[in-house]
Design a protein around this ligand. Structure first.
Ligand code: PHE
Ligand code: FE
Length: 290
């Protein structure tokens, strides 16, 4: 998932100064590999026709269907040949500046632990299934690979401008929970969706959420919840458009402007929104009553 609040100030024992650790692939137990295989089989059956072409292509070219938790060294070698990205292991959430520095240098940080068998549907901290199955296939796409590197550099800038709140929302509504309009129909590409059995269907098929055309400033004003399905999803026309809209915009004046405007609540619709689907909000109403 995106960055969170509770991180340590210094790398824990055993971690390097840049917070990386060895993946220790040999230490995974048969049960842990089996958890990966269970999660993989469930998602792989669901994603054709639902995940973006870029995501499905990544899954294929990276050979993620090979049984067991992927070996980061092997994965990095494939990825390096395709887009110059690597996958490196970290003990959990890392500080923002560390996260951005790795990303700006095409190193994707991934947790090396896997969820317990009783946590197949939900975990609070990103594990290797979310990080690798959810994020890494998109890194095999050259345009998305450029987007994430630019995001890392943008993160370093945002830190210096006290604007992480806005940039973090861009990550949330694209990298984690993004939708794309492909010629064949709406597709998911956000890692938080593609790695979730329930949200994969909710994001695309449920009548409850709004699906709104992506607008950079609008997204950056929008609050988000980390513990439930999204009520607003934002839809990009293509990865090229996303890259252009973000790389060709100087965020400094945008941040200054955003600081004068109110945040937009999670389920709200704005007058300027272009709605692809107006949601019933039935799911949200149900949750409020419960
Ligand atoms: N253009 C952004 C800036 O000026 C950097 C950025 C690019 C951020 C792509 C996110 C994604 O800060
Ligand atoms: Fe994530």
């Amino acid at each position: 998932m995106a960055q969170d609040t509770h991180v340590l100030d210094a790398p824990p024992a055993g971690a390097a100064a840049d917070w990386t650790i060895a993946q220790d692939w040999d230490r995974y137990t048969p049960e842990e590999h089996a958890t990966w295989d269970t999660l993989f089989a469930r998602q792989a059956a669901l994603l054709p026709g639902r995940a973006s072409n870029a995501y499905l292509r990544g899954l294929d070219v990276l050979k993620l269907s090979k049984p067991g938790i992927p070996d980061f060294a092997e994965l990095s070698e494939r990825l390096m040949g395709l887009t110059g990205w690597q996958v490196i292991a970290v003990p959990g959430l890392v500080p923002d500046d560390v996260f951005f520095d790795h990303m700006a240098n095409r190193r994707f940080v991934a947790g090396n632990f896997i969820r317990r068998p009783d946590q197949l549907d939900y975990i609070q901290e990103p594990d290797v299934f979310h990080d690798v199955f959810g994020h890494v296939p998109m890194l095999a796409d050259p345009v998305f690979a450029d987007y994430l590197e630019a995001y890392g550099k943008g993160g370093q800038r945002a830190l210096s401008m006290d604007a992480l709140k806005y940039l973090g929302r861009l990550y949330w509504y694209t990298v984690e929970f993004g939708l794309i309009a492909e010629p064949e129909g709406l597709r998911i590409y956000g890692s938080g969706i593609v790695s979730s059995f329930a949200e994969t269907r909710f994001a695309l098929d449920d009548p409850s959420p709004n699906r709104i055309a992506f607008d950079l400033a609008r997204v950056m004003r929008t609050e988000y919840r980390i513990d439930d399905f999204q009520q607003n999803y934002f839809v990009i026309p293509s990865f090229d458009d996303l890259l252009r809209a973000t790389v060709e915009t100087d965020f400094a004046p945008l941040y200054a402007e955003l600081k004068t405007q109110p945040d937009i609540p999670v389920a709200a619709i704005e007058p300027a929104d272009v709605l692809l689907t107006r949601g019933t909000q039935a799911y949200a109403a149900e949750r409020t009553r419960a």
